[in-house]
Design a binder for this molecule. Structure first.
Ligand code: KIV
Ligand code: ZN
Length: 516
């Protein structure tokens, strides 16, 4: 007897909950780039932002709505009339628009945050969902902090949302508090008790405060949920959300357990999407991150290497190629032409316009003059820097740094600031210190440097260095990245990238999300 296969809907919230990670704010252009990549990945629903949070986010959601062809583009709104109408105005021109409204239902949130009674919350749920339904063909309702809410009250809340017109009810583990067994029981309780539940999609949205986001989402699916809300690289508020790449690969790898369930994600786009999101948000991926970390497919122990070389499946449950990680031994160099580069880019999942290909090729030529072998990771770094970059207020023109055992480290820097060439020199305790002090003086920045880290993109002493810096100015935190075979140039690029992001935040009317 053949089993009916059921689809798990992938609701991506990288552009909304993911953007709530400290320092991850994205501008219009960046959100559109990520949204297009998420479409290539094949997400079913794409939460583009929280339009009432700032005019900048409204514009970004509207721009995403105008670009996305297939996925449902969703705007988040609290259960308030003004939020709902602003969110609708932002998404209404999408080919497939949707609204997602929410209100908190736990006693702790209702008492201290909302200062509302249960009855008042129930009325808000009905009114908000009905108002969304008047406008939008797709309406989701979330009971925020559901996992710390009274289960019987939740039954009434979700029944009210369904009778007012919600087609999807979402059960968030807002503070990452539940565990797989308890969450399974809660989903089962709701399935058995909520009137009308058989006609709607049950969704889950898990946070990772105790590292259980993926396990809890999977457990909910086993109890009957059919939509998972998740983000690329698991980014999001505090410890982040369930990782898209983890849930998708669980269904792909463990067909023996979940053969009756499937997603329609193109897994070969996972790695390019992960790199793009990391580059644009400035949030690096931890090396041991499941599926997309740089060590996820590295075999270090001798006994593992031996087994792997004899038969890959001894230590590999999925191949790097399956998630779009190029493992080609084909290395490009300074004699490689545009055609070879374009073929390599295609196999890495990047489809560039002719104009962008020329930009990438020119930078490739510069890099291959400096280093003999150009690896896949170098090519990715070039694409990310050349094509997916924040609009610059500050642009690096040149640096010249001298240091050594007997000289005072000195840096000369030339920048383009608001289209004006500015040049200055300065000293420091070391070459990076001299460089950073000079740049900071030239830009008049008051930002504090919170983090500076260097890693190498590939192997060898001629490898490109990748520098990440974190800056803080008042409440705003930004992260910048830069790569170059010269680590001082990479350091300057990273600092300037973080400063450009800080400028971006300053031009937005608000930098923080209103209270959820
Ligand atoms: O974590 C949460 O509860 C949320 C809701 C808005 C769904 O992000
Ligand atoms: Zn959340």
């Amino acid at each position: 007897m053949s089993v009916q296969r059921e689809k798990i809907i992938i609701f991506d919230t990288t552009l909304r909950d993911g953007e709530q990670s400290p320092g991850a704010s994205m501008d219009v252009h960046e959100k559109v780039l990520v949204a297009k990549q998420l479409e290539m990945l094949g997400v079913d629903k794409l939460e583009a932002g929280f339009p009432v949070s700032s005019p900048g986010d409204f514009d970004a959601v509207q721009a995403v709505a105008g670009e996305v062809e297939r996925a449902i583009v969703i705007g988040l709104c609290r259960a308030r009339p003004e939020d709902i109408s602003i969110a609708w105005n932002a998404v209404k021109d999408a080919k497939n628009p949707g609204l997602h409204t929410f209100i908190a239902t736990s006693d702790i949130h209702m008492k201290h945050k909302l200062r509302m009674t249960r009855d008042e919350v129930l009325v808000s749920v009905q009114e908000a969902v009905a108002a969304c339904r008047e406008l939008s063909p797709s309406v989701e309702f979330s009971a925020e902090d559901a996992t710390r809410s009274d289960w019987d009250f939740l039954v009434d809340v979700y029944a009210a949302a369904i009778s007012a017109g919600a087609d999807t009810i979402n059960i968030p583990d807002t503070v990452g508090y539940t565990n797989p067994q308890e969450f399974f029981d809660l989903i089962t309780h709701l399935r058995n008790k909520v009137r009308g539940i058989e006609g709607v999609t049950m969704s889950v949205h898990c946070h990772n405060d105790l590292g259980l986001g993926t396990a809890n989402s999977l457990s909910a699916v086993l109890a009957g949920a059919r939509q998972i809300e998740c983000t690329i690289n698991g980014i999001g508020e505090r410890a982040g959300n369930t990782s898209l790449e983890e849930v998708v690969m669980i269904f792909n790898v463990r067909k023996d357990l979940y053969g009756h369930l499937f997603t329609t994600i193109d897994a070969s786009q996972i790695f390019p999407t992960s790199r793009l999101v990391s580059h644009i948000t400035g949030i690096p991926v931890q090396p041991n991150k499941a599926v997309v970390g740089s060590n996820a497919f590295a075999h270090e122990a001798g006994i593992h290497q031996d087994g792997y070389l004899k038969e890959r499946s001894t230590y590999e449950i999925m191949t790097p190629e399956a998630v779009g990680i190029g493992t080609s031994q084909l290395v490009l160099g300074k004699h490689s032409g545009k055609h070879a580069l374009s073929k390599r880019l295609e196999s890495l999942g990047y489809r560039l316009s002719d104009k962008d290909l020329v930009k990438v090729f020119n930078r490739f030529k510069e890099i291959s003059d400096k280093k003999k072998q150009v690896f896949d990771a170098d090519i990715e770094a070039i694409v990310l820097e050349e094509i997916y970059r924040v609009p610059d207020r500050y642009e690096l023109k040149h640096i010249n740094v001298t240091s050594g055992t007997v000289t005072v480290p000195t840096a000369t820097v030339q920048l383009l600031i608001d289209d004006q060439i500015v040049q200055e020199a300065g000293f420091g305790n070391g070459p990076v210190d001299a460089l950073y002090k000079t740049i900071i003086r030239m830009t008049g920045s008051r930002a504090e440097l919170k983090r500076f880290s260097v890693s190498s993109i590939t192997r060898g002493t001629d490898a490109q260095g990748e520098v990440t810096v974190e800056l803080k100015e008042k409440d705003a935190v930004t992260v910048g990245q830069g790569s170059d075979p010269d680590i001082l140039v990479a350091s300057a690029k990273a600092l300037i990238n973080a400063m450009n992001r800080l400028e971006l935040i300053k031009t937005r009317k608000t930098t923080t999300y209103p209270s959820l």
